[in-house]
Design a protein around this ligand. Structure first.
Ligand SMILES: NC(=O)c1ccc[n+]([C@@H]2O[C@H](COP(=O)([O-])OP(=O)(O)OC[C@H]3O[C@@H](n4cnc5c(N)ncnc54)[C@H](O)[C@@H]3O)[C@@H](O)[C@H]2O)c1
Length: 326
């Protein structure tokens, strides 16, 4: 089986490539990544010389570049991780989000159809649903109400995916996931960002009152969900994946500081992000009952291991902090 992964040099994509190649060594894999500020070849340093791994550098919205790859390889499935992913950057400038997340997805769908690729999997996000009050959770039928340029671009892509199934019969699946954490996450996202700042005894900027709630899933649990969907996911379906671990940003920050042995006085409450969603919470009943997915990792333990990874990879962090929006 030959899988084409896009965005495989980023956080989740690189974890997924390492995971699937170790779980299924007979699979061959093509990684298409533009190497933006978030795409980092170091993330796959241990994989790059494997015979069943090939890397192509380029943009998913470049039709001729993607067409060359799809024409010259007998690809069985495309998994589209490639995206501009940072909400704050989308607020500063939405254009790259439109180009990659919407136009790029369209190019992949169009060429998957043209080259008769058997399966197309779109990696999407809980953020397309907007914000939700407790005790409700998002299920796959919740209305799509994105609030940031990032989530609006991801929602647009999801609609295109749906349309390519409904209109042209392309075999598609959409996976919407909650906040991931783990190794190799670019240090502009809250967990690696706060770890990197606190390790240097710098203030960690908490947005607004810090009471925004996120539902966290360890990246390897998400990777196992994607693999299961690749094997057993039903055509045209959407699957929600969450970690069943909700925590306010303030409590998450306190937990991180405690585990790092740093004082809570490092917390600095800053002006809230515009359009900041108050709460995300995923109902993962469908993937659990229909496909038998189960989380393997415990949040507390995975968080400690994640902190240990960043502590022992300070050089990895330092190389990346220059491009940060702070
Ligand atoms: N990180 C999360 O918590 C989370 C949660 C839910 C969904 N998602 C989704 O999962 C996917 C991966 O997220 P991530 O956190 O690994 O992102 P990331 O920002 O770490 O990595 C994105 C990757 O895509 C590549 N890329 C960007 N634009 C490209 C383009 N035009 N052409 C080719 N490659 C391009 C980058 O070089 C990078 O390697 C995204 O689609 C994101 O929306 C992420």
């Amino acid at each position: 089986m030959l899988i084409a992964v896009t965005g495989g040099l980023g956080f989740i994509g690189s974890n997924f490539i390492r995971y699937i190649l170790s779980e299924e060594p007979s699979i061959s894999l093509i990684n298409i990544d533009a190497q933006t500020y978030a795409g980092n070849p170091d993330n796959l340093a241990d994989i790059q010389s494997k015979k069943n791994y090939t890397y192509f550098k380029g943009l998913i919205q470049d039709y001729h570049f993607i067409e060359d790859i799809f024409r010259n390889h007998k690809i069985d499935a495309v998994i589209n991780f490639a995206a501009e992913t940072h909400v704050d950057r989308s607020i500063a400038s939405a254009q790259p989000f439109i180009e990659t997340n919407i136009v790029g997805t369209h190019v992949l769908l169009e060429l998957a159809l043209k080259h008769k690729i058997k399966k197309y999997i779109q990696i999407s996000t809980d953020e397309v649903y907007g914000s939700i009050e407790p005790p409700q959770k998002f299920n796959e039928n919740s209305p799509i109400k994105p609030n940031s340029p990032y989530s609006a671009s991801k929602a647009s892509a999801d609609h295109l995916v749906r349309a390519y199934y409904k209109t042209y019969g392309l075999d598609t699946v959409t996976i919407r996931c909650s906040n991931n954490f783990g190794p190799y996450q670019y240090p502009e996202k809250i967990i690696p960002y706060f770890i990197s700042l606190a390790l240097e005894n710098k203030k960690v900027p908490v947005y607004g009152d810090g009471m925004n709630i996120r539902d966290w899933v360890y990246v390897l649990d998400f990777c196992s969900a994607i693999k299961l969907i690749l094997e057993k996911g039903k055509t045209s379906e959407v699957y929600n994946v969450g970690g069943d671990y909700e925590i306010t940003n303030i409590d998450l920050t306190k937990k991180l500081l405690k585990l790092l042995g740093k004082p809570e006085s490092l917390m600095d409450f800053v002006k809230d992000r515009p359009g900041h969603d108050r709460r995300y919470a995923m109902d993962s009943t469908k993937i659990k009952t229909e496909l038998g997915w189960q989380r393997k990792y415990n949040f507390e333990q995975a968080l400690e291991e994640t902190i240990d990874w960043y502590k022992s990879n300070k050089a990895w962090i330092e190389k990346r902090t220059k491009a940060l929006i702070t």
